[in-house]
Design a protein around this ligand. Structure first.
Ligand code: FE
Length: 238
């Protein structure tokens, strides 16, 4: 099986949020898609070990915010890769309570959908929740949506281990140029939290780091452009 074939599947990037009473929960997902038009229904896939799975199961409601292309990488890092106190995470974003009572995160949302769960399927490691859309709102018509391909190719971001689309990159054959022993200044470094790879040949345009900058020469306050992890956390790829 060629795992790279899965990279040819196209997705957006979404913030899925819910609450059960005052227990808030939210996570970043690329697996959210419309499954029927009349009435409109969305499907989401949530890892059973995610805090959100239990919250959505108990409350029967969730919201989906379609993130815009200019979404701050720190937001994806906060909700996509870091476990922690959900209330503290919500303090870092702008959100409202929607018609179902579930929170709607507006920060970097191009649009949002509010859903009531009408079906739930056990698909092994994940639950597939089917939600009927009870509200859909454009949050700025000029905002382009963030796509998973752009996130992966431009931000060098990868799905974390609990994502439905997680790929073990150690099982993907590396391109020929990567197999040749790199000079030490060309060594790539990997973020242990989100698997972003800093490639000296590419630099980091998001933080004005020009191509050709060795990892060692990055400023001490440089952070992972995907999840905001500190430079000191990075490890050599080989
Ligand atoms: Fe990272």
């Amino acid at each position: 099986m060629n795992l790279e074939a899965f990279y040819k599947m196209s997705y957006g990037i979404y913030m899925i949020a819910s609450c059960d009473g005052d227990e808030l929960s939210a996570y970043i997902a690329n697996t959210a898609f419309q499954v029927t038009a009349t009435p409109p229904k969305l499907a989401i896939s949530c890892h059973k070990d995610n805090h959100s799975a239990g919250v959505i199961e108990r409350s029967g409601v969730f919201t989906v915010s379609a993130l815009e292309k200019d979404t701050d990488a720190g937001l994806i890092g906060l909700f996509g890769y870091k476990s922690g106190n959900e209330k503290q995470k919500f303090q870092r974003v702008n959100y409202i309570t929607g018609v179902t009572g579930a929170p709607v995160i507006l920060t970097h949302a191009a649009a949002y959908f509010e859903c009531r769960v009408v079906d739930q399927f056990d698909v092994g490691t994940h639950y597939l929740f089917i939600g009927e859309v009870v509200e859909a709102v454009l949050n700025g018509e000029d905002k382009d949506p963030l796509t998973y391909a752009w996130y992966r190719e431009e931000l060098q971001g990868y799905a974390p281990e609990r994502a439905p689309t997680y790929i073990d990159r150690s099982k993907i054959a590396k391109p020929a140029e990567d197999r040749e022993a790199p000079e030490t200044t060309d060594e790539r470094y990997i973020c242990p939290i989100c698997a972003y790879v800093y490639d000296p040949l590419k630099g980091d345009v998001s933080q004005d780091i020009p191509p050709g900058t060795p990892f060692e020469d990055l400023p001490a306050d440089w952070i992972c452009p995907v999840c905001a992890a500190a430079k000191s956390m990075f490890i050599p790829e080989n």
